[in-house]
Design a protein around this ligand. Structure first.
Ligand SMILES: N=C(N)NCCCC[C@H](N)C(=O)O
Ligand SMILES: O=C(O)CCC(=O)C(=O)O
Ligand SMILES: [Fe+2]
Length: 330
């Protein structure tokens, strides 16, 4: 249950990563320390920063810089990889095309998804079938982003081992049938800065991305180092900023982990408002369950709550498809 947190904790996950391939990791005191911090952060805020994650800061910067370069291209160039339903919702969407709760978001983005082979998940997967659309310019775009995705996937699997322990399970609760073949989403996002009009107008603060929860298990946010724009809602409804902490990821819990944990951990509402004059870039990676997994509260979590299940089972792929089919104006 979210509390009235006023800030978001920073967790050094180094000791967890050092032991995450050891089946006895749960008995290690360094791991136990990290697990305790993860449990507290997931209960209180559903948000935490991670440091000691092993992904080089130079790579974090490179993916943001390439993303920034792409958004600086002329509109016609960006349209070459335009997102459509036929492209499996993969590709470029212009500012205002993504809508959250009926309001256009003031961001542009490239959406990428793990590629699904045709027919792989029958009718369920059909809307998401397609190949990612990578820009031809800059040339190393695809290679760098695919490298980044594979590092984020591995890191997320390891953080989920810690979260599985935090829930009182085995480290492998979120592998095999549940998330052993994890689906992923990556959004390369650009938020224009506020432009005060020349005639002393009060600068208009547009919503970069309206209040929402994320859909899957765990999100890794790699945000620009110099602009505070991400806000997280606490229990009493205040918006708490998640300022950049260079070299870290902001992590948060998605809807599927809320269900698995029977509400012990919540998928916290968050929004983005860029009130700086500068353009802001963010690369968000979403680690999900297997595409066709039917998610329902884990027994260990029901026991730790009231004994009764608080959420009905949900098929991740259905949840995602429902979202993407209503997220866009076109
Ligand atoms: N894959 C994820 N989580 N994307 C988050 C996008 C949030 C905005 C979207 N319009 C919405 O209303 O969900
Ligand atoms: O831009 C950010 O900091 C977060 C973006 C976000 O919440 C999302 O894409 O789901
Ligand atoms: Fe989000």
């Amino acid at each position: 249950m979210a509390t009235d947190f006023k800030s978001i904790p920073i967790i050094d996950i180094g000791p967890l990563l050092a032991k995450c391939d050891d089946p006895k990791m749960g008995q290690d005191s360094g791991v136990a320390q990290v697990v305790k911090q993860l449990d507290q952060a997931c209960k209180e805020a559903g948000f935490f920063y991670v440091k000691g994650h092993g992904i080089p800061e130079t790579l974090l910067k490179q993916v943001k810089n390439l993303t920034r370069k792409f958004f600086e291209l002329p509109y016609e160039e960006k349209l070459k990889i335009k997102m459509t339903a036929d492209s499996g919702y993969r590709g470029y969407q212009r500012i205002g095309e993504n809508i959250t709760k009926g309001v256009p978001d003031m961001h542009e983005a490239i959406d990428c998804y793990k590629e699904l082979k045709p027919g792989m998940y029958g009718d369920l997967g059909k809307p998401m079938e397609g190949c990612n659309q990578w820009p031809i310019k800059p040339t190393n775009f695809k290679m760098l982003m695919e490298e980044y995705v594979s590092l984020c996937t591995e890191l997320s699997r390891n953080i989920m081992r810690g979260i599985a322990l935090a829930l009182g399970g085995s480290p492998y609760e979120f592998e095999g049938e549940r998330a052993g073949n994890a689906f992923w989403v990556m959004r390369l996002i650009g938020y224009p800065g506020v432009h005060s009009a020349n005639d002393s107008d009060i600068p208009k603060e547009d919503i970069g991305c309206g209040a929402h929860t994320d859909y899957g298990l765990l999100t890794l946010v790699n945000q620009d180092d110099d602009i505070t724009a991400l806000q997280v809602r606490n229990h009493s409804g205040e918006w708490i900023s998640a300022p950049p902490v260079p070299g870290t990821f902001v992590c948060n819990i998605g809807d599927m982990l809320k269900i698995y944990s029977n509400g012990l951990y919540e998928s916290t509402l968050h929004q983005v408002i860029n009130s700086s004059p500068k353009y802001r870039v963010c690369v968000a990676y979403f680690y999900e369950t297997n595409f066709d997994t039917a998610v329902e509260p884990l027994d260990i979590c029901k026991e730790r709550t009231t004994g009764a299940k608080k959420f009905e089972r949900a098929v991740y792929g259905e949840h995602l498809v429902k979202k993407v089919q209503t997220n866009f104006v076109c």
